[in-house]
Design a protein around this ligand. Structure first.
Ligand code: NI
Length: 205
């Protein structure tokens, strides 16, 4: 297995508009897809687009693992999937903010507005059609990967830069928000029922 290196933000390949794949079944494309799937699993990531491994061609791989799916009916869980020469179209105009990271922008993640529902189509390495209409995480990852093929990184889609941070800081902030929520619930309970009054939990300790 070839070990692919991931281009990080700042490398010009990430800003290119990628070319269509002339022959999806060509041996070098099959090899590239296999290596990209290995890299995605190893990273680990939910998706990887060809320009992220320095190949400016229109293809990406992705997966929706059960823990990623929102559980919505068409936020379909799906194993490793390749989409060659993809077309991604919004279904309706509704957008949702979803937290995203990118293997080319390590350490950070942020809330990005994405279409809530999309339809995508393309082919696999055997020329078989790949197509679905999806929502939730599935819709988000397909839009993120497809953007890479037009030289667009998720930061360029952002509208609120307050909702961005280093992974560990955001995780800490989320944990703190959860603890504060629990304290507020305790206070609310104590207000309506003095018997429920509890000593300080030391949550700020
Ligand atoms: Ni990315």
């Amino acid at each position: 297995m070839a070990v692919l290196k991931i281009a990080r933000m700042g490398h010009p390949v990430l800003l290119e508009r990628c070319r269509p794949v002339p022959d999806p079944g060509a041996p070098e494309i099959r090899r590239l897809v296999r290596d990209m799937i290995d890299k995605m699993e190893d990273a680990p990531g939910a998706g990887l687009a060809a320009p992220q491994v320095h190949v400016p061609l229109r293809l990406f791989v992705f997966r929706v693992q059960p823990h990623r799916s929102t559980g919505a009916l068409d936020d379909t869980v799906i194993g490793n999937t390749v989409v060659i020469n993809p077309v991604v179209e919004p279904v309706g105009q509704e957008k949702q903010l979803r937290w995203e990271g990118c293997l080319s922008i390590p350490g950070l993640h942020a809330a990005v507005p994405r279409f809530a529902r999309v339809r995508y189509s393309g082919v696999d390495c055997d020329g078989r059609p790949v197509a679905a209409e999806v929502s939730g995480f599935h819709a988000g990852v397909v839009q993120h990967e497809n953007d890479h093929l037009d030289g667009i990184l998720y930061l360029m889609r952002m509208t609120d830069f307050r909702q961005m941070g280093f992974n560990d800081e955001v995780a800490r902030a989320e944990e703190l928000a959860g603890r504060m929520e629990a304290i507020r619930a305790e206070w609310a309970a104590a207000e309506t029922d003095p018997a429920a009054r509890v000593p300080q939990t030391g949550a700020f300790g």
